[in-house]
Design a protein around this ligand. Structure first.
Ligand code: CA
Length: 241
C-alpha cells in the first residue's frame, strides 16, 4: 500500500522552502527540497515525487522552463506540478498553465491553501493518494470509510477480502503471484500457506458478485484485477469471418 505522498519542493529561498517542508511533514507528506534546477533534475532522476511544487523565479532555468521540460519528458510528464509564483498577473498564470502546470499558488499564500491545492491535484492525478478512493470502472473502493460499491450498489466483504481488493485496485492490470499477495496483503512476518490466498480470492469474487469477473486467474502466474476481463471482452468482440 502507498505510504506518504512525496513532494519535491523546488524553491531557491531557504526560509520559504523550510516553511513549506515543515508544514508538509506535519500533514503526512514527505518533502524533499531542491534549491535550483540542477538539484531538482537530479532528484527527479533519482526518484519520482507524487507532486512537484515549483517556484517560478529561480536562478538559472526558470520554473516555467522547467515545467515545460518536465511535461515533455515521458518519465516526468504525469507528475502534477504546482507553480509557486509572486506574480498575480493573469497572463503569467495562463503562461504557467500553458507550460503544463496543474495549478498555481500565488505568494504569499496560506499553508492551508497550499495543502488544499496539493490534495486537489493529487486527487485528480492519483485518487488513491488523496482521499483513499480508488475506482476501476464501476467498482469503487473508499479506504477511509471501508466501503465498496459496484455500479452504486454497496458490497459486503470481510477485512482480508477488503485489503486484498484494495491492493488489487491500486495495482490493477498487473499479475501478482500468491507469494507477492501474501507479502503485500498479509505482511511478510506472517507464515501462511499460499493456498490461503486462493481461499480469500474465491471469497472476494463471491463478495463482488457480477464484478467478480474483474479478478482473473492467470494460469501458472497468479491473479490480477483488470478493467477489461477476458470473459467480457470475448463476449463483446465480434468474431470475424
Ligand atoms: Ca524564487
Amino acid at each position: 500500500m502507498r505510504t506518504m505522498p512525496r513532494v519535491l519542493i523546488v524553491e531557491d529561498e531557504p526560509p520559504i522552502a523550510e516553511l513549506i517542508a515543515v508544514n508538509l511533514r506535519h500533514n503526512g507528506f514527505q518533502p524533499t527540497w531542491a534549491m535550483d534546477s540542477e538539484t531538482a533534475q537530479r532528484e527527479l532522476d533519482d526518484q519520482l515525487p507524487d507532486v512537484i511544487l515549483l517556484d517560478w523565479m529561480l536562478p538559472g532555468e526558470s520554473g516555467l522552463a522547467l515545467a515545460k521540460k518536465w511535461r515533455k519528458d515521458a518519465r516526468t510528464k504525469s507528475v502534477p506540478i504546482l507553480m509557486l509564483t509572486a506574480r498575480g498577473d493573469e497572463s503569467d498564470r495562463v503562461a504557467g498553465l500553458d507550460a503544463g502546470a496543474d495549478d498555481y499558488i500565488i505568494k504569499p499564500f496560506s499553508t492551508k491553501e497550499m495543502l488544499a491545492r496539493i490534495r486537489a491535484v493529487l486527487r485528480r492525478r492519483s485518487p488513491e493518494m488523496a482521499g483513499g478512493v480508488v475506482a476501476i470502472g464501476l467498482l469503487v473502493l473508499d479506504a477511509a470509510t471501508h466501503r465498496v460499491t459496484f455500479d452504486g450498489q454497496p458490497l459486503k466483504m470481510g477485512p482480508t477480502e477488503f485489503k486484498l481488493l484494495h491492493y488489487f485496485m491500486q495495482n490493477s492490470e498487473r499479475v501478482h503471484s500468491r507469494g507477492q499477495l501474501l507479502d503485500k496483503v498479509w505482511g511478510d512476518h506472517v507464515f501462511i500457506e499460499e493456498r490461503t490466498v486462493d481461499v480469500h480470492v474465491k471469497r472476494l469474487r463471491e463478495a463482488l458478485g457480477t464484478a467478480g469477473v474483474l479478478i482473473e486467474t492467470v494460469r501458472g502466474a497468479g491473479y490480477r484485477l483488470t478493467a477489461q476481463p477476458l470473459a467480457q471482452s470475448a463476449a463483446a468482440t465480434p468474431v470475424s469471418s
